[in-house]
Design a protein around this ligand. Sequence first.
Ligand code: 5GP
Ligand code: ZN
Length: 115
Amino acid sequence: MSNDCLFCKIVAGTIPCNKVYEDELVLAFRDIHPQAPEHVLVIPKQHIATLDDVQVQARAVMGHLMERTAHVARLIGVAEKGYRTLINTRGDGGQEVYHIHVHILGGKAIGPMVC
Ligand code: 5GP
Ligand code: ZN
């Protein structure tokens, strides 16, 4: 846990969240500023700041994170029609919270990527 990390505080329960799914390794909760009808963040409970900080030892956690992301997409009902997953990395990637997270965006046709 990182003491000054917002998402570590959500994992610890000191900041509330609208939880969608939790197990021993990951937590999924609704984004506070949704960009789509369904917008959920899936995070590892372990503090990893960015995709660039993923070490070999975190491979199992990251594999679990991706498999559970698909599970969460099914749980919130977007899997059949489809959805977008997104990991933003550092400033130019648009990352605001430096605790790695997968965005799930769905509930409408998201459309092509625009940069
Ligand atoms: P990033 O830009 O780092 O990829 O995404 C961070 C996301 O976290 C943003 O979509 C933002 O709306 C969301 N967010 C920021 N603060 C909070 C919070 O306190 N609670 C929740 N649920 N989401 C947050
Ligand atoms: Zn953290």
